[in-house]
Ligand binder design. Sequence first.
Ligand SMILES: O=C(O)CCC(=O)C(=O)O
Length: 319
Amino acid sequence: MPIPIHDAEALLDDASLSRTEATGESFPALEHFRIQNVPPAAYYIPDFITKEEEEYLLRRIGESPQPKWKKVGTGRRLQYWGGTMSKKGILLPEPLPDFLNEYPDIVERIESFLRVASSVKGKEKMELGINQVLINEYQPGQGISPHEDGPAFHPLVATLSLGSHTVLDLHHYLNPTSPSPPMISSSPSLTEGEMGKSIAAIPLGHLLLMPRSLLVLSSTLYTSHLHAISSRHKDIIVPRSLSTPTTNPNGAQSSGIDEEGAVTIANAELLGDAEVIDALREGKWIGERGIRTSLTFRRAEKVLKGGALGVLGNALKRP
Ligand SMILES: O=C(O)CCC(=O)C(=O)O
């Protein structure tokens, strides 16, 4: 059973905890959170923040000025903090707001969690260096089509879920000989080079993301796979033993969706949620979706020097 991050201090005698040198904070080793049965590498950390922190963040996000929100896709709303990307994939930086890097300082919590939890002898520490936070708000029935976050960002992202659960689908590209039915990518969020590539219609895995959890995607799951959220009002999850798994070309298990739309999830062992675990033991868990707000923490690799003012400065420069 995973240890909620904010309770980790209570378990200091656990030899698998890593401790930060700077603050003395401790975290369970990252390997505890690795999601099995999906390509490398995804980590699911339940209860990364407390209920009070979740309420506070939702309130502060809700108080953002109206023009900060953009409507996209099927009506979901999004906001960027830390700056926006130029057409050439360069971040025009702006300072992050206090609710992200002062209280509850999620940015630093994620950075130190990754650094400390990944610090294993002989292995490179995971460093993110967050400089942009993308906030998505989904009403029940809204989702996001399969996409990659693209090469403008460091191939490691962390997503915090607030308010409601969702199910994230992981997709792969088809190779020409693959038997799985294709869907042709035409999503504008795909990077230019990926447009027109066929995507397997059957996801290779599903992840249940509960409120307050953190999902970390890295390595090939970032660089050569896609992720999506289907537009549903409710999710039906069944235990793996009740589904008929199929094998995709990567050799990973695909969980088929049955007539009712029930799916199996790859992160069931990591959920740490008694209600879901009990329901799965009984045969299925049904979750009505509420409004879900997700915060995606990432690092744009190229940043304009001098910030957004630099652009203005350059524009005003005389020849
Ligand atoms: O809401 C999420 O969990 C995913 C968001 C996402 O993939 C995106 O905005 O690119």
